[in-house]
Design a protein around this ligand. Sequence first.
Ligand SMILES: CC(C)(COP(=O)(O)OP(=O)(O)OC[C@H]1O[C@@H](n2cnc3c(N)ncnc32)[C@H](O)[C@@H]1OP(=O)(O)O)[C@@H](O)C(=O)NCCC(=O)NCCS
Length: 143
Amino acid sequence: MKIARATRRHLYSITAMTRHFFPYTGFTFSTILERMQNENILYFAAEENGHTVGFADVEFRGKQAKILGLAVLPEFRGKGIGRALVKKCLSAAKKRGCSRVVMFVAEDNAAAQSLYAKFGFKKSGVLRRKLWGKKILIYGRDA
Ligand SMILES: CC(C)(COP(=O)(O)OP(=O)(O)OC[C@H]1O[C@@H](n2cnc3c(N)ncnc32)[C@H](O)[C@@H]1OP(=O)(O)O)[C@@H](O)C(=O)NCCC(=O)NCCS
């Protein structure tokens, strides 16, 4: 497994995963391409035998990094890919000189909450609006 900075080569897979796992973002192929070209947003792709099997995107604003999307295809879960993606986002935040890293997670998403807790993220609030009828928790930690 390899985690790399995502390029156009990963665009189709990342778009499909974003639509599937995070439909509320409304991100399309071209939105994601624009986001990849934005210097304040980084996309990482997880590859297994040359295939894109997961991704993460992280946005930088001032001293804060926000991990927006993080997903691994079901067939490839439980093998440490989610953990490797979080690690990559955290080291990117450090390199950028961020002091805080935050992320959003649905209240009923036990797998993601357990993953974040392993990296020392703690619940720091609740989003004011629900997404797809779900209460969204804000998790954060120092960078
Ligand atoms: C959350 C997600 C990214 C985890 O990816 P993964 O590659 O399976 O994660 P890893 O194999 O690196 O697991 C790391 C930790 O996550 C937690 N975890 C992963 N799957 C879990 C499950 N089904 N139930 C409970 N905890 C789980 C565990 O703490 C695990 O640590 P362990 O291996 O010591 O038990 C993946 O389940 C996913 O893509 N889910 C759908 C999209 C999503 O919900 N993204 C998060 C949005 S905030």
